[in-house]
Design a binder for this molecule. Sequence first.
Ligand code: HEM
Ligand SMILES: [Cu+2]
Length: 569
Amino acid sequence: MSDHKHDSGHHGEGHHEQTFIEKYIFSCDHKVIGIQYLFTTMVMVVLGGTFALLIRLQLAWPDSSLVAKLVSTPDKYNQYLTMHASIMIFGVIIPSLVGAFGNFVVPLMIGAKDMAFPRLNMLSYWLVPPAVFVMLLGLVLPGGTAAAGWTSYPPLAGAQYSGVGQTGWVLAVIILGGSSTMGAINYLATILGMRAPGMTLLRMPLFVWAIFITSVLTLFATPVLASALTMQLLDRAFGASFFVHTAGGQPLMFQHIFWFYSHPAVYIMILPAMGIVSDVLAVFSRKPIFGYRAMIYSICSIAGFGFIVWGHHMFTSGMSPTLSTTFLITTFFIAVPSAVKSFNWLGTIWGGSLRLTTAMLWALGFVGMFAIGGLSGIYSAAVPVDLYIHDTYWIVAHIHYVLFGGSLMGVFAGVYFWFPKMFGRKMDEKLGKLHFWLTLILYNFVFMPMHILGLGGMQRRIYSWKIYPHLYQLQEINVFMTVSLIALGTVQAIFFWNIYKSLKGGEKVGNNPWESTTLEWQTSSPPIAHGNFEKIPTVYRGAYEYNSELGPYAPQTLPDDKVRSMAKA
Ligand code: HEM
Ligand SMILES: [Cu+2]
């Protein structure tokens, strides 16, 4: 960003003359961009939730005339389902974890003035709204929007079975992939090149490590998705035949390429949340994170193994038993680092003096729910079991335990934790706790029964269970889940109210309301617009010095003697 003063008559970008648009709309400041991402994803989550509601209304009351008005045809149902998953994955989970928190927090945590490429950063953000617009545009076009699920398998996603909305979806996801890739390059350059003096790699907070490795995953995986989708686009729009079996193409090939991206991508969707949770647990347990290095090795090995497990999504595709056994083994391996992390989180809170703030509750919720999701993943990885439960609601349960109970709870932990840094005010803790407990309970009411549905043989992506007599017995469960979802959606109003209320009149905070050690808390709340820190800090030690011989907590930026005198004061 240029810094010259505005003295001739031309439109300079000097900060004295920044207009509202330069400051808040087309800003290059990582903090503003982070907050833009955050608010964008809040809009998206309401949108994605609305699609979920439509799906669940249909599943509970397929005979109702009101529901028939909303979800008029099986094809519409498939469209809503596809939009739900696509918006939640590409429009909420990834942009909130990586876009919002990555942007806002990472430069602060490493003591940088901004991201390495601020303009590229702005472009990353500004690609998201138009892409989502293109994705949703199909809703009002004849033929509707994409309806082939977020996995977009041909032949269903081919020209023969889908309209222009599907082409829009493919384009949108390619654009979003471009945005993510640019973001990844930016994070790598920032983390590798712009750390404050003394901030060695092994002093970085785990959230920075998580974004670092997530960026490596993004950089290697996302171009592969882009190529799969480009081939699909060529098939659809230009008469190519990569995946068109009638013309000699191989539809199954798409699945391989798609999952080569998308399995790593599921870790893109959770590693940053794991990072947030690690940091929040340490701060509110007042203890160093248990097994800091083991945490880093786990993140790295999850990323490495993530590239050799993709076949577990395709056990029923007719793959040879030798190959499926291989994928079974690699998938069991990848569960190990996840388990290491889970035990380390328990080790962190074990014996700590827990401060049960709202952020801490969400982090604890994450640990519990992620454990359930990880375990259901292991069942799915066992080939003989998966042959039965593949493409049933069991898988939908698994997805939601890792992505809602996991990633989204991580996002909530992050919001309650970093809100004071973003806006200089705390969120209301009473409302926050109410929001947490109601969400935790209702969330389990919605998603736990999905395991039963799956084992009962209910397929995922099914418009009406009425065509299968063996599913009749599951109707009551379906109604219970839908009623719970309506309640779950309603209580989210508490969260939005809390945001609104706290922005206007929340309790004002100083630099470091949570008594944390990491760098973002050693500058003002919110940090100064230009450069984050009055003076680039020097880092003296690791990120997790709580209750050490130096004192109750040792900010990374203070030399030992200062920490000691702070502890005495
Ligand atoms: C302990 C670690 C995990 C194991 C062993 C595991 C295993 C599996 C397996 C075998 C499947 C395919 C099941 C099938 O379709 O029949 C699957 C699906 C899935 N997993 Fe996991 N998983 C794990 C963790 C995660 C995490 C952390 C996430 C995301 C944050 C995740 C997200 C998903 C998604 C989105 C699908 C479904 C994709 C689809 O078909 O739409 N999993 N998992
Ligand atoms: Cu996978």
